[in-house]
Design a protein around this ligand. Structure first.
Ligand code: EPU
Length: 409
């Protein structure tokens, strides 16, 4: 594949940012919003809660003059990320009732750390009938620790940060998630009048304010989408320029790609990925930021299936995020799972077959595998991919891929 692709706004930044608009009655304008089913779904949730939401191209305008404090099961179960409405509801209304999101295909996905954070701010938290209720007469800032068994929590940090913007006094989150999406949210909250420092590091300090006001914000580019196209370039021996990508938020991925034999050139806000020569196997362990992201594990594992030699991919964030492995085996990949690791014996040519997508990043991995394989691959259940990749088939076609979307009858 050859050519240029423009990177869309980051799904995992825009979801909590849209939720944060619930913190004020004034209008907010969010730009560079990707056209994704998860974003549409978050807009539906905001509307259901009482906000006015208008989407025009990649701009979303939200005004949450009057809102209710409850999100029901049918809304929340469809998208785990919708749990991030809880912090803003608690912050603004001092009460929130949200359905427990439950697990998903990639792991158990508990929210104990979110709840621990709300409790530290003085909220009373109870779970009843599948719903979590949090309420407080006043939210009071405090020092709290958000480290868990797999490091910190991204949406937990976002949730506590959003609630604490309107708490009385100073809140300090220790072991906060350092992901760029948390920084983007903090920047938006500060534009709304919050007083947050330290986002991007493990200690975030917030001084509560009485109220927040409307603000405008442009979402950061999606580092996971950019990484996916970069890996597709390496897997197909192509050369792709990622326009508008943030290399400074992608060091772990670019470093591994370089070790694997990719040629990487940075030019302002563009990154060009090609090949230096033959691909080489690399071992990878997923970690919280700035380590290698779990959201790029499936795509990188696919690259290793077409790389001669043995590589070990270890998943440390989500316990069952290897559902793509059995589907890759259908294309001829040789992969064994040993505990949290996948041992990939790469280099055998892949051959196209029908496969089934299980989650968002697994779908992207299967699309990359299909592009690298001989023959035709049919990826079923592509609704998973539309949750997090804007117009992936159009963008890949523009890069020379032979890919078409078959609408289900
Ligand atoms: N965890 C707990 N307790 C909690 C929360 C999390 O033990 O209260 C554990 C999780 O089970 C997991 C680890 O902590 O082992 C990290 O989970 P985290 O809470 O950070 O995940 P998340 O915030 O629910 C976001 C992204 C995911 C991404 C992870 C990790 C959004 C909407 N989702 O989820 O994105 O994989 O951070 O970076 O921001 C994706 O885009 O495909 C995706 C799954």
């Amino acid at each position: 594949m050859h050519g240029e692709v423009t990177i869309s706004g980051a799904k995992n930044a825009v979801l909590p940012i849209l939720a944060a608009t619930l913190l004020t009655a004034e209008p907010c304008v969010i730009r560079r919003v990707p056209n994704l089913s998860d974003v549409k779904f978050m807009c539906q949730i905001l509307t259901w809660l009482g906000a006015q939401v208008r989407c025009e191209g990649d701009t979303v305008r939200v005004q949450a003059k009057k809102i209710k404090g409850a999100g029901d099961y049918d809304l929340i179960r469809k998208m785990r990320g919708s749990i991030c409405i809880m912090g803003p509801l608690l912050g603004r209304l001092k009460k929130a009732t949200v359905s427990l999101p439950g697990g998903c295909i990639i792991g158990a996905r508990p929210i104990n750390l979110h709840l621990k954070g709300f409790q530290a701010l003085g909220a009373r938290v109870t779970i009843e009938g599948g719903y979590v209720h949090a309420s407080a007469k006043r939210l009071i800032g405090s020092a709290l620790f958000l480290g868990g068994r797999a490091g910190s929590t991204v949406l937990g940090t976002a949730n506590v940060m959003m609630a604490a913007t309107l708490a009385e006094g100073v809140t300090v989150i220790e072991s906060a998630a350092c992901e760029p999406e948390v920084v983007d949210l903090a920047n938006f909250l500060n534009a709304m009048g919050a007083r947050i420092t330290g986002a991007g590091g493990p200690t975030i300090t917030m001084t509560g304010v009485k109220e927040l006001h409307g603000a405008e914000h442009e979402v950061i580019p999606d580092r996971i989408e950019a990484a996916t196209y970069a890996i597709a370039a390496a897997a197909t021996n192509g050369e792709i320029t990622l326009r508008g990508a943030r290399a400074d938020q992608m060091y772990a991925v670019l470093d591994k790609l370089s070790d694997a034999g990719a040629k990487i050139e940075r030019n302002g806000s563009s990154i060009t990925i090609g090949r230096k020569g033959r691909l080489k196997p690399v071992d990878i362990t997923t970690l919280p930021y700035a380590g290698f992201p779990t959201d790029v594990q499936a795509q990188m594992l696919t690259l290793m299936t077409v790389t001669p030699g043995i590589s070990i991919i270890t998943e440390r964030i989500f316990e069952s995020r290897f559902m793509h492995v059995s589907e890759l085996a259908r294309l001829g990949a040789d992969i064994e799972i040993e505990g949290p690791s996948a041992i990939v014996k790469g280099g055998k040519p892949l051959s196209g077959a029908p496969v089934m997508a299980s989650d968002l990043r697994a779908s992207a991995a299967l699309v990359i595998a299909g592009l690298a394989a001989c023959g035709t691959t049919q990826v079923n259940r592509v609704y998973h991919i539309d949750r997090g990749y804007e117009n992936i088939d159009g963008k890949l076609r523009q890069l020379g891929a032979r890919i078409e979307r078959i609408e289900e009858s």
